[in-house]
Design a protein around this ligand. Structure first.
Ligand SMILES: *Cc1c(COP(=O)(O)O)cnc(C)c1O
Length: 340
């Protein structure tokens, strides 16, 4: 099976499993798991942030960050495609009692101007108080697009000028860092909190680290506990994250190259209408109007290829650690030969 639905489908490699089995563990709720502590230390050091906290999922890390930065009744600003709004089960309102002011923008990205225009005047008490801006890098529903770092800095200035907190949903931030050869410290410098997934392109079976300033993270342990995320001998899983930091970051470039080659082949097919710009490991494309998406997906499945339907004609493929060179050759042939 060639599974391109998501980069979450990867399984630990034999080497990663071996490393996990050898982990030293303790009760992480007492902060006595040396492997978790090491992962949190390494990640916060990498991004130049004060603290890190290990979460079971990216959703929980984002939800904890939103809770840390807001009070019930307040409002956050995010792109209409954002994961925190679309794919976290309504957690923004459920967990934090916060509403979202959604704004548009190219492939899941927002601009400083649009953020500024979306802020409710703080003395106008009829409107919810704006207190937080959330951005995503790379964007998920936006097709793996990467922010220009200078735009993130400009948004930071708007946040500073208006007393807003600034959160980065960095589920695939490592992909952006590798694709643009960026220094993670730059991100640590401007964000109050950053979540980084270990279970996507990095290939760990679970885990996200929430990074933040000491001030922002003051209540993070309590919020994680409330959300049900206090875990015990979880160093076995954190070890997978440590292994990924050492062995699976640079190789993300291969996923990006594969994605680019898939996008190129798709572009030259008569059944494909458009392919969005492919910057990292996500390919978003649309079929010609007379081609039925459901049938296309079924036809691919009959040739052992799985892809995602994102709705409204949007189809998605995501390359990853378990998508091998052989699979790549096979896929390119299947796409070139497809007879509708
Ligand atoms: C995957 C992802 C998350 C985290 O999702 P989980 O399923 O909770 O791991 C958060 N944000 C973005 C943009 C993602 O792609």
């Amino acid at each position: 099976m060639i599974d391109l639905r998501s980069d979450t489908v990867t399984k630990p490699t034999a080497e990663m499993l071996e490393f996990m089995m050898a982990a030293e563990v303790g009760d992480d709720v007492y902060k006595e798991d040396p492997t978790v502590n090491e992962l949190e230390r390494r990640m916060s050091e990498l991004f130049g942030m004060d603290e890190g906290l290990y979460f079971p999922t990216g959703s929980m890390a984002n939800q904890a960050a939103i809770k840390l930065h807001t009070q019930p009744g307040e409002q956050l600003i995010a792109h209409e495609y954002s994961h925190v709004y679309n794919y976290e089960g309504g957690g923004v309102s459920f967990n934090s009692g916060v509403s979202c002011k959604l704004i548009g923008g190219d492939r899941g990205m927002i601009t400083a101007e649009n953020v500024e225009a979306a802020i409710n005047p703080p003395d106008f008490y009829h409107s919810p108080l704006t207190s937080l801006v959330c951005v995503e890098n790379t964007t998920n529903k936006g097709g793996g697009a990467c922010y220009d770092f200078s735009e993130l800095e400009r948004i930071k200035t708007v946040c500073d000028n208006n007393g807003l907190r600034y959160h980065m949903d960095g589920a695939r931030l490592m992909n952006a860092l590798v694709a643009n050869n960026e220094n993670p410290n730059n991100y640590g410098r401007i964000f109050d909190t950053i979540s980084v997934c270990l279970s996507k392109g990095l290939g760990a079976p679970m885990g996200t680290v929430l990074l933040g300033t000491r001030e922002a993270m003051k209540n993070a342990m309590r919020i994680r506990k409330v959300l049900g995320g206090g875990m015990r001998q979880i160093g076995y899983m954190a070890a997978a994250g440590l292994y990924a930091l050492d062995h699976h970051i640079e190789r993300l470039g291969e996923d990006h190259q594969h994605a680019l080659e898939i996008a190129l082949v798709l572009k030259s097919q008569s059944y494909v209408k458009t392919v969005e710009a492919t910057e990292t490991n996500i390919i978003i494309f649309y079929l010609e109007d007379h081609i039925n998406e459901e049938k296309f997906i079924k036809d691919l499945l009959s040739r052992n290829v799985k892809i995602s339907d994102m709705g409204q004609g949007k189809l998605r493929m995501v390359t990853h650690l378990d998508y091998s060179k052989d699979m790549h050759e096979t896929l390119l042939e299947i796409l070139s030969d497809y007879n509708h």
